[in-house]
Design a binder for this molecule. Structure first.
Ligand code: ATP
Length: 348
């Protein structure tokens, strides 16, 4: 990576954002053994911090969470290996993950780390595939990985790996309860199979997408078809989920739902004050609660453009950088400190 006027960049710090599924329909089992889904993905500003150091050859990963593997079981390392093989690169990297997204919570942490590594190493190694060129690699890594190359509010079809950004983008506040109890996605799908009836005519996602998202009216049509199977898989969660949903809804949530296959449960609010209210009631009831905001497509693209532009600037002006420390990653919301807003839907 020879760059005029400066030494090659050696370190890149990025955020790997979490997602929730605002709705999820399981349409049936495909011939290849995967499930045919329709889902609405939504990026949120809860994130892992991923730091990537360039290395001559060695490729490894380190994560500060005990449930996350530090070997090839880690999806972020698998992403790096896949890119290296695909692009016939000989360089290496050290990937450090500070885990903040609850593990096994249906919030897509592993998939997001993997997509972040693809985007970052694509630039650091000078491969230059870009998000579109990285799509086939992302699909091989996992059904949720392609979404994180796009971000914002998006429709997921097929295994969830065919991703279409929505014309309308959701701006809202979330309250998330992530029980300290991972639920296995494959076990939940295995239970779904036992009770699956063809649902080609199911149309809640279709109604949501075609409703033009007028204000709050569209959200109550959304459901998550995995919820019943997830609660059968983790029956100890059922009474908690009933309580959590009750509190979220009484607090004014326009949608209260399990994310993915669980175990995280979230409420969506048009107003920060209501979200804070629900958060404090849940805390008083003894739950671990997180608060987040949605990240729109524009905000997500802006975040990645800034992260990768920062890299280019660093390479071009190494000297200048050494005079300005502390420019790694802006703090706060990726929208850039924008004032908190209610639930809005924006045209993209
Ligand atoms: P999924 O639906 O794919 O299971 P999830 O959002 O419910 O995703 P993740 O936090 O991605 O859950 O973790 C699921 C499993 O993947 C865990 O068992 C974890 O050990 C493993 N894993 C591998 N790499 C990672 C990673 N980088 N971050 C989190 N978990 C990882």
């Amino acid at each position: 990576m020879a760059v005029k006027g400066g030494a090659p960049a050696r370190v890149l710090r990025v955020r790997a954002f979490a997602k929730v599924n605002l709705g999820l329909e399981v349409l049936g089992l495909r011939q290849d053994g995967y499930h045919e889904l329709r889902t609405i993905f939504q990026t949120i500003d809860l994130h892992d911090d991923v730091v990537i150091h360039l290395r001559p050859r060695a490729l490894d990963v380190e994560c500060d969470h005990p449930l996350v593997p530090g070997d090839e079981g880690n999806l972020a390392l698998r992403a790096a290996l896949e890119l290296r093989r695909h692009a016939r690169v000989t360089r290496g990297a050290r990937i450090e993950i500070a885990k903040r997204i609850p593990v096994g919570g249906g919030l897509g942490g592993g998939s997001s780390d993997a997509a972040a590594v693809l985007l970052a190493l694509d630039r650091l190694w000078g491969v230059g595939l870009g998000p579109a060129g990285l799509q086939p690699l992302a699909r091989r890594l996992g059904a949720d990985v392609p979404f994180f190359l796009t971000g914002g509010t998006a429709l997921g079809l097929g295994r969830g790996d065919e991703v279409y950004p929505l014309w309308t983008q959701v701006r809202a506040h979330l309250v998330i309860v992530a029980p300290d109890r991972p639920v296995s996605t494959s076990a939940v799908f295995a239970r779904v199979d036992q009770s699956l009836t063809p649902r080609e005519n199911s149309n809640t996602i279709f109604r949501f997408v075609s409703s033009d998202l007028e204000g709050l009216r569209a959200f109550p049509v959304l459901t998550n078809d995995l919820e019943r199977a997830a609660l059968e898989e983790a029956p100890d969660l059922a009474p908690q989920v009933r309580r959590i949903r009750g509190i979220l809804v009484r607090g004014g949530a326009v949608l209260a739902s399990l994310s993915g296959s669980g175990s995280s449960f979230f409420g969506l609010y048009d107003d920060a004050r209501r979200a804070r209210g629900a958060q404090s009631v849940l805390r008083d009831a003894g739950f671990e609660v997180l608060r987040a905001r949605t990240v729109t497509l524009d905000q997500y693209r802006g975040f990645w453009a800034r992260s990768l532009r920062g890299l280019r600037d660093a390479r071009v002006s190494n000297q200048a950088r050494s005079r300005h420390h502390g420019d790694h990653g802006r703090q706060g919301h990726p929208g850039g400190g924008r004032k908190a807003q209610g639930l809005r839907v924006d045209r993209v």
